[in-house]
Structure formats: structure tokens, C-alpha cells
Design a protein around this ligand. Structure first.
Ligand code: NA7
Length: 536
């Protein structure tokens, strides 16, 4: 490693919502903290994902911080589902309001973080050649930040423009009059395809696996609902904390099983949720994600909707998933299925005959050549572990994180991992993270980490890391909970199945309230499952 430069109490990697709040909390403890951020601004996922149509699939009144009442009262969301530019403005507003900018180094990518046992410090190296020493290192690197680029031969020969939804340029991209290929049909594709179709002269959508999508029914927020939110925000947020995924309390929680309803009642329940829009669709019955027959009733309903919307029955059939609803993350769209009724939009099935190669004028699949001017990779992310593995992280005895996690991530509560003292992860593998409303999950993790650091500082304890036993038990528990659901049975990114060669391990923890309770018990037990040490 290069020569040590600055020394701080804590280095935070990433200036998304996690890193920003972590900085605020650590400052509040009187500690010095430095945020190292690869991008040129704050916002994390909302800084990078600028593709047309990018929106959050959690409603704006729920997708925001709640640590500051003033912040909640002064910020005004304009739509039911906020757009990427609006969320980015919010992130910038937070950075202004809490004067965060000065302690963030932008355009600075962390390349390595090594724990130096002699001095009990993390040595964090950047691509600017600087090494920052810190007692604590907090990875706020995001769950969906390392982009997944499929290895398709010949891309370097392709003469047209190449984009990835997760690394969209800052300049406006104009597809007017162009022939465009979109690869993938996950959330990012489903949001961007209707927008790209408005401009492109010809749009080819290359679909490997169809996804279920529920209409967003996005709309401007009414002054009365914003006022009602402000009036009752404490109760609203508290009710969300008791929801299985940490959001959606306003739509209630049913205990009713699909078998308890007649066919007509089931249809009515699904129709009501379809009209409501978005992720709360999964709340129509209590057993949708645990019982395959129950789930199939929801699948049939959505397939029926696709058949109603899409005029060409063959295209409708191609767009219709036969898998479990919610096994892959449910998508939320504005006009996605309708887009396939446009004469210049073609769906290409690459499930059986994959895209074999690019050539100068386009790409080839199933023996057919598609000539295009631009290609959009909407191919997702190396989720949850990708960003961590992009950094050379080494703990005690030079233990490499990549090596320790070669068979899949192992972390206690998704917060820390044995062998890596004073290294914390915000929304790491084994925590609710992507299976919850990210903002409250981030806040819960940041608060837990800040309280933990405060505890160590007050007692002059120098090191904390999980015991191997506690970590093993937690990893088993995460898998046991997931195994009791239908979420194990498809090639989702929750399992790492979208990245060739990635170990197939279910990464997020299912159950926000149970998780928060467990974190509280650990603290009440004097950080049970952790090993605390003095010296160094
Ligand atoms: P996703 O949900 O991982 O979607 C990626 C899509 O790209 C998905 O349809 C993949 O098909 C497809 N894909 C990946 N590689 C290929 C190749 N080689 N050929 C064809 N198609 C391919 O990523 P998103 O960015 O849409 O969304 C990520 C999350 O962000 C989302 O869940 C929200 O939480 C926000 P597959 O299904 O793997 O067959």
C-alpha cells in the first residue's frame, strides 16, 4: 500500500443514502469521518441510474429519511412514485441541510481496505493513490451498484452507442429516429422501454425471462394527502415498521388465505390490488409467497391481464411468466405491456437461443441479425456482494473477504463478518435490505452501527467483530427463513443466479420486524454474538 495520508476515526465508503446518514450520525458522536465516493455527487443508486423512466417502486411518502422531523416537514414530494431526478434533488437537499459536502471526497474510488493489526486501524486505499487510516470502516456501498455486463462476444466491434441502465450518462440521450435494442426485461427495462419506444424508430426488446409487472398508477400527490401524512407521520412510520417488508401499512395486511376465498372473491381481491397498483399487489392474500397453488392464482390473474392488454396473442404469451409471482422482484410499470402494441416495437425471445454475438451493425440471436444504432443493457447488477468484492478487503491475518465468501456471503445480521474487526456493512447480505423499504432499513442499520460505535468509544473498547458461531447460526437462519417461502425457486438476483459462476445463496433476510427485534436483543445482551476486544 502507498504511504498513509489522512487519519480519521471512521472511513465511510459510498455517499448514497446510507453513507450520508452515517456521516451525520458519526459527526453527532463527535467523531471525525470521511466519505469516499466513486461518483461525482451524492445519491448512490439515484446518482447512477439516470435511465429514462427511472423511478422508485416504493411510494415517495415512504421512501425518505425519518430521522429529522424538520426534513420530513420541509421536503415536498410531487408524485406518488418519485422520479430519479426528484430523488437525487432530495439527496442533494439532505447534503446541503446537514452540511455534508465538506467531508465527502468525490470521484474517489476505494480500491482496497486492509486491517493493520499492529495499530488496530483500517488502511483504506483509493484510486487517487491515497491511504486513509481509520479505526472504523463502514461499507455503504449499496446493494445494487456493481453493474452486470453479460459476456457477449464482439461488443467491441459494434459501431453504435452502448449504454447500461445502471451507468446512464449525465447528458441527455436522444433516441429519436434510431433503431434501439434493449437487453433484459427486469425493473430497469420495464421502466425504460415505454420511454425509449416514444423516441426510437424501431425498438427490439431481447427477453430471456418474462417478468410480472403491476401498473404503478402513478399520479401527482394531492395537497390533502401530503398534509395528512405530515399530521400523522409518526403513526404511519411506526405502522410501516410492523409490516413484513417495512412499507405499505396504508393498504393494510390481510390474514386471509387464497383458499378461504371463492374464485370470484379472489378475482375481486386481485382486481382491487391491480387497480391500487404497485408492490402491494402481493398483499392480496397472506399465503401468496409460501404456497405454490395460492401463488398460481395470482399468476393466472396477471397473465389474464397481459392477454387483455397485448393485442397479439403470440406476443402476450411470450410476455407471460409461468414462474412464481414475487420470486423475482415484482416490477412496477407505466404502460409497459401496452408498449408491445406499437408497430415499431418487437419482442425477441432469447430464452432458448441467446444473443450469440455483436457485429459492427448490430447483434445476432437465434440465427437472426438485428441491425441497430444503439444498445441498452438493462441487465442488472452483481447484487449485494458485487460492490464489496470490487474492493480488496482484508481482515485479520490478511484474510481476504473474497476468499472467505467464495461459497457465498457470511455475515452476522448482515452488519459485520467474523475476521474483519470494526468493519461494518450497511444493508449487507443477511439483512432485510432489498426485501424491505431501503430507506428505513438503511436508517435502522446506521443507527445500530452508530450506537455500537458510541458504546465502544464510551467503554474504551477498541475492537468488535462477530463470533464465527453467531455468524454461522445467523446464516443458517437466513436460509431457513427463505426456504420456507417460494423465493428460493427461481433464477433471481436475490440468489445471485443472474451472474454466471456466482454461488447460489439466498442473500436478503425475509422479515423486517423480526430482524429489527433481533438487532435490539443483540444490543440488550451487551452485543451478544460479538467479540469485543481491548488494545491496538
Ligand atoms: P434485473 O432485475 O436483474 O434484470 C436484468 C434483466 O436482464 C433480466 O431480465 C435478465 O434476464 C436480463 N439479462 C441478464 N443477462 C442477460 C443476457 N445475457 N441476455 C439477455 N438478458 C439478460 O435488473 P434491473 O436493473 O432491471 O433491476 C434491478 C433492481 O433494481 C430491481 O429489482 C429493483 O429492485 C430496482 P433473466 O431474468 O436473468 O433471465
Amino acid at each position: 500500500m502507498a504511504e498513509t495520508g489522512r487519519s480519521v476515526d471512521a472511513v465511510i465508503v459510498g455517499a448514497g443514502f446510507a453513507g450520508m446518514y452515517m456521516l451525520h450520525r458519526l459527526r453527532g458522536l463527535g467523531l471525525s469521518a470521511l466519505v469516499l465516493e466513486a461518483g461525482g455527487g451524492v445519491g448512490g443508486t439515484w446518482y447512477w441510474n439516470r435511465y429514462p423512466g427511472a423511478r422508485c417502486d416504493i411510494e415517495s411518502l415512504e421512501y425518505s429519511y425519518q430521522f429529522s422531523e424538520e426534513l420530513q416537514m420541509e421536503w415536498e414530494w410531487t408524485e406518488r412514485y418519485a422520479t430519479q431526478p426528484e430523488i437525487l434533488r432530495y439527496a442533494e437537499h439532505v447534503a446541503d441541510r446537514f452540511a455534508l459536502w465538506d467531508d465527502i471526497s468525490f470521484d474517489t474510488r476505494v480500491t482496497a481496505a486492509h486491517f493493520d493489526e499492529r495499530v488496530g486501524r483500517w488502511m483504506v486505499e483509493t484510486d487517487r493513490g491515497e491511504v486513509v487510516a481509520a479505526r472504523y470502516c463502514v461499507m455503504a456501498t449499496g446493494c445494487l451498484s456493481s453493474t452486470n455486463w453479460p459476456d457477449i462476444p464482439g461488443l467491441d466491434r459494434f459501431a453504435g452507442a452502448v449504454y447500461h441502465t445502471g451507468r446512464w450518462p449525465h447528458e441527455r440521450v436522444d433516441f429519436s429516429g434510431l433503431r434501439v435494442a434493449v437487453i433484459g426485461t427486469g425493473s430497469s427495462a420495464i421502466q425504460s422501454i415505454p420511454m425509449i419506444a416514444q423516441q426510437a424508430s424501431q425498438l427490439y426488446v431481447f427477453q430471456r425471462t418474462p417478468n410480472y409487472s403491476i401498473p404503478a398508477h402513478n399520479r401527482p400527490l394531492q395537497a390533502e394527502e401530503v398534509a395528512a401524512f405530515r399530521e400523522g407521520w409518526r403513526a404511519f412510520r411506526q405502522a410501516n415498521k410492523e409490516m413484513p417488508f417495512g412499507f405499505g401499512s396504508r393498504y393494510g395486511r390481510t390474514e386471509r388465505m387464497t383458499a378461504e376465498a371463492s374464485e370470484a372473491e379472489r378475482q375481486a381481491a386481485y382486481e382491487e390490488r391491480w387497480q391500487l397498483g404497485g408492490l402491494p399487489f402481493m398483499g392480496a392474500f397472506a399465503d401468496l409467497i409460501v404456497d405454490v397453488e395460492a401463488n398460481e392464482t395470482a399468476g393466472r390473474f396477471v397473465r389474464g391481464k397481459i392477454a387483455e392488454i397485448v393485442k397479439d396473442p403470440e406476443v402476450a404469451s411470450m410476455l407471460s411468466p409461468r414462474t412464481v409471482v414475487g420470486c423475482k422482484r415484482l416490477c412496477v410499470d407505466s404502460g409497459y405491456y401496452d408498449t408491445f402494441n406499437l408497430p415499431h416495437v418487437s419482442l425477441v425471445d432469447v430464452g432458448v437461443s441467446p444473443i450469440s454475438a455483436f457485429f459492427e451493425a448490430g447483434l445476432r440471436a437465434g440465427g437472426v441479425e438485428y441491425c441497430v444504432d444503439a444498445v441498452v443493457f438493462a441487465t442488472g447488477f452483481d447484487a449485494m456482494t458485487g460492490a464489496l468484492h470490487n474492493i480488496d478487503i482484508r481482515g485479520r491475518g490478511g484474510l481476504e473477504l473474497r476468499e472467505k465468501w467464495a461459497a457465498g456471503p457470511r455475515a452476522y445480521l448482515g452488519l459485520a463478518t467474523a475476521g474483519f474487526p470494526n468493519l461494518f456493512m450497511i444493508t449487507g447480505p443477511g439483512s432485510p435490505s432489498v426485501l424491505s423499504n431501503m430507506l428505513p432499513s438503511i436508517e435502522q442499520h446506521v443507527d445500530w452501527i452508530a450506537d455500537c460505535i458510541g458504546y465502544l468509544q464510551d467503554r474504551q473498547v477498541h475492537r468488535i467483530e462477530p463470533s464465527v458461531e453467531a455468524e454461522d447460526a445467523w446464516v443458517d437462519h437466513v436460509n431457513e427463513v427463505a426456504s420456507a417461502t417460494l423465493m428460493h425457486g427461481c433464477n433471481s438476483w436475490y440468489l445471485g443466479a443472474n451472474v454466471p459462476g456466482k454461488p447460489r445463496v439466498f442473500m436478503p433476510y425475509i422479515g423486517f420486524p423480526e430482524y429489527v427485534a433481533k438487532c435490539g436483543e443483540v444490543v440488550a445482551g451487551g452485543y451478544s454474538g460479538f467479540v469485543l476486544g481491548v488494545g491496538g
